[in-house]
Write a protein that binds this ligand. Structure first.
Ligand code: CP
Ligand code: NVA
Length: 361
């Protein structure tokens, strides 16, 4: 639902929040020196955000809970077995009741229609924490990560304003990238489809030649409505998809709720694993980087030597692995879920002012 300038504004604001919050983190987590302490805005002071999650989550839940603390508020986790929703109470009544006590709802649902129903009846703002069709907060973290690693991509230009805080490192600008996605057409990819082309990046996607593994009609309708289709190449050949790629992205082949289809899916996606060989043969850029939203399974990306490495040995000279190799940005990407969700909470739940996202630029 966000305009390109609002997306950029949120990413820029997330970078700012990350920099000013770093002094509160351990030296190991910090990774950058910031001379002055600044408090993040306490925009959630005396506010409670309901985390209405009907599916598991590690990153999204942690991001929401920890960033609400930094913004001076509280995130209240309401799992599917904790409340009456779905068993004794409708989404409509639940939305009204939560909205009478909390100032925002961050909801992870099954079918996308469930979050539409919540939004229709909630008196307070509703944000999507993942649905069958979309995962909008993931692409914000991916964007922040790509900006932070802009120097990995050539032709870097660096002219992003830095809120006038001269001691803070600036968020580098990104040149137009070629971003390849190899695998299942699921929620994470769908937000990439409606985001990257509007920001000037090219998306190249490979998925099996079967309608089941292509975007559902409502997703494609949105792609067309936003004029993103001209920035997307789509085909069945993963080698063709990674041609010229600066970034290669994948997601699990078995999303939450699809566990019963595991055997069929693993068979359908043979040949779609992201490997060094695939990207070399397909002609990805030498410096290509790897993104994955996590959690990952063993199928979709090569991690063949991970079991032989200590857990934080991510700069292995063994070039065959991708997931734990030097190309992988998966853990910085995971860290950035927090700062981007914090930015969204600050601007939308805290200030409830999208123009603040524009002016964060
Ligand atoms: N990437 C992501 O959404 O992870 P979680 O399911 O752990 O929240
Ligand atoms: N496509 C995955 C994303 C998990 C963050 C799923 O829906 O399970």
């Amino acid at each position: 639902d966000l305009s390109p300038s609002q997306i950029n504004g949120i990413v820029s604001h997330a970078h700012y929040l990350k920099q000013i919050s770093l002094p509160w983190l351990s030296p190991q987590q910090r990774g950058a020196k910031v001379s002055k302490l600044r408090m993040p805005s306490q925009s959630l002071f005396s506010k409670t955000i309901a985390l209405l999650f009907s599916k598991r989550s590690t990153r999204t839940r942690l991001s929401a809970e920890t960033s609400a603390v930094l913004l001076g508020g509280k995130a209240l986790f309401l799992g599917k077995d904790d409340i009456q929703l779905g068993v004794n109470e409708s989404a409509r009544d639940t939305a009204r009741v939560i909205g009478g006590m909390c100032q925002g709802i961050f909801a992870r649902v099954g079918e996308h229609s469930e979050i539409e129903e919540l939004a229709q009846h909630s008196p307070v703002p509703v944000l999507n924490a993942l649905s069958s069709l979309w995962h909008p907060t993931q692409v914000l973290a991916d964007l922040l990560t790509l900006h932070e690693h802009a120097s990995s991509f050539s032709h870097l230009k660096d002219n992003t304003p830095n809120h006038g805080l001269k001691h803070l490192p600036q968020l580098p600008s990104l040149r137009p990238l070629t971003i390849a996605y190899v695998g299942d057409s699921a929620n994470v990819l769908h937000d990439m489809l409606v985001t990257y082309p509007r920001l000037g990046h090219t998306l190249r996607v490979a998925s099996p030649d079967d309608p089941k593994y292509r975007p559902p009609q409502p997703v494609w309708d949105r792609v067309l409505k936003l004029g993103c289709d001209t920035g997307i190449w789509w085909g069945p050949d993963p080698r063709e998809a990674v041609r010229g790629a600066d970034v290669v992205v994948t997601d699990t082949w078995i999303s939450m709720g699809q566990e019963a289809e595991k055997e069929e899916r693993v068979k359908a996606f043979q040949g779609y694993q992201v490997t060094e060989a695939l990207c070399r043969e397909g002609g990805a850029n030498d410096q290509w980087k790897f993104l994955h939203c996590l959690p990952r399974k063993e199928h979709e990306v090569d991690d063949e030597v991970c079991n032989n490495l200590p857990p934080f040995h991510i700069h292995s000279p063994r070039s065959s692995q991708v997931f734990y190799g030097p190309r992988s940005l998966v853990f910085p990407e995971s860290d950035n879920r927090k700062w981007t969700i914090m930015a969204v909470f600050d601007l939308l739940f805290g200030k409830w002012d999208l123009s603040a996202a524009d002016s964060a630029l």
